[in-house]
Write a protein that binds this ligand. Structure first.
Ligand code: AQP
Length: 344
């Protein structure tokens, strides 16, 4: 069982999480989310993992790219260790109950709550008037993604914490408004040494698949040479690594590389720091590059192999959607009943 994970007793321990096919998978997605997805699959949870394509279109996606990225993401999940027999693996648009419950939650969530969401502000930037309505409503759909399974636990990176709090607020308000105890109050699972992997070019910015600079991120499909080059060129400072983590407090780029090293070597940041303290970046970066290549190359090789048989990926997604709907259809039907929709 992951550290600190509480199981609310009335609901089946069930994990849901998703990733947007809005680009290729990054090291941030892998360390912040997918590694945890794999750990939780090995524990006593039902695990449900989704390619959230309805979320992806909240910003412009070229249709051919979206199709490719969805299949590649599915390959990335499997290559990283998600077993499509053990877990339910599918893309969101094939399970209509996500969008249907999302509409109900649009009517539960309050404008004031949504306006406080920092990710909307970050993603909409200075041109918020021109952002899609979907981008603004994104967190209500995310609450539906989770609660349409009565999921009890959601492994995510640090950036999703506020959306998880909103999911809890929506569940609480729904239960209160209708006098029921129908939706669980979901626990976020934000664990590991790299819950927020930062850009390799700017330690104040999250590593992101849609960052215009490819040098800012490590893609899960990067070659060994690309990975080594990007780490070699990663922004750092001239000082050697300090003796403890406190010494990294004002050095975000150095802290980021140490966190990545820790997460890739399955250590705490403290243990990794003890191993690398005093090293110059000239010595530390090759160590990190070697470790990253050792851990990521088998995944990218397997992704490429899986992408050779896209019909098989589509079969996995269709089967996953069918299994998902066995859970979502009765939960949506009960929600409609609670709300007072006549279903004849
Ligand atoms: N840099 C990161 N560090 C740790 N975790 C991260 N995650 C994303 N980036 C990092 C986690 O990955 C999961 C899926 O995220 P997502 O793709 O659905 O959305 P996102 O957080 O908006 O990711 P990106 O890469 O920044 O996508 P774009 O560029 O399209 O907006 C989540 O659990 C997230 O926390």
């Amino acid at each position: 069982m992951s550290e600190g994970v509480q199981i609310p007793s009335a609901f089946t321990p069930r994990v849901f999480s998703g990733i947007q096919p809005s680009g290729g998978l990054t090291l941030g997605n892998y360390l912040g989310a997918i590694k945890r997805f794999v750990d939780m699959q090995a524990e006593e949870f039902e695990t449900i993992y989704c390619m959230v394509d309805l979320h992806a279109i909240t910003t412009w996606q070229d249709p051919a790219d979206l199709r490719h990225n969805t299949r590649e993401l599915c390959a990335g999940f499997i290559a990283s260790g998600i077993d499509p027999e053990q877990s339910i693996l599918f893309n969101q648009s094939q399970v209509p109950e996500h969008a249907q419950l999302g509409w109900v939650f649009n009517c539960v969530a309050r404008m004031g709550w949504m306006k406080r969401m920092t990710q909307f502000k970050d993603k909409a930037g200075k041109n918020a008037e021109n952002a899609s309505l979907g981008l603004f409503g994104y967190p209500a759909l995310m609450a539906a993604d989770i609660l349409v399974y009565h999921a009890t636990h959601v492994p995510v990176g640090e950036d999703q914490k506020q959306h998880l709090e909103l999911t809890r607020d929506i569940a609480t308000k729904f239960n209160h408004d209708f006098g029921v105890d129908f939706f669980p109050i979901t626990e976020p699972v934000i664990e590991g040494a790299a819950t927020r992997v930062m850009s390799l070019r700017d330690g104040s910015k999250k590593m992101s698949k849609s960052d215009p600079s490819d040098a800012s991120r490590i893609n899960m499909t990067d070659t060994a040479d690309d990975i080594a080059k990007k780490i070699r060129k990663a922004k750092t400072d001239p000082e050697p690594l300090p003796s403890d983590l406190d010494g990294l407090a004002e050095r975000p780029e150095a802290r980021n590389l140490v966190n990545i090293y820790a997460a890739l070597s399955d250590q705490t940041a403290e243990a990794a720091m003890a191993e690398v303290s005093g090293k110059q970046f000239g010595a530390f970066k090759p160590m990190l590059a070697e470790l990253a290549v050792e851990k990521l190359s088998p995944i990218s090789t397997e992704m490429a192999r899986l992408m050779d048989d896209q019909a098989e990926i589509d079969r996995i997604l269709a089967r996953g959607a069918e299994r998902a709907r066995e859970i979502t259809a009765p939960i949506l039907a009960k929600t409609y009943d609670i709300v007072g929709m006549v279903q004849s």
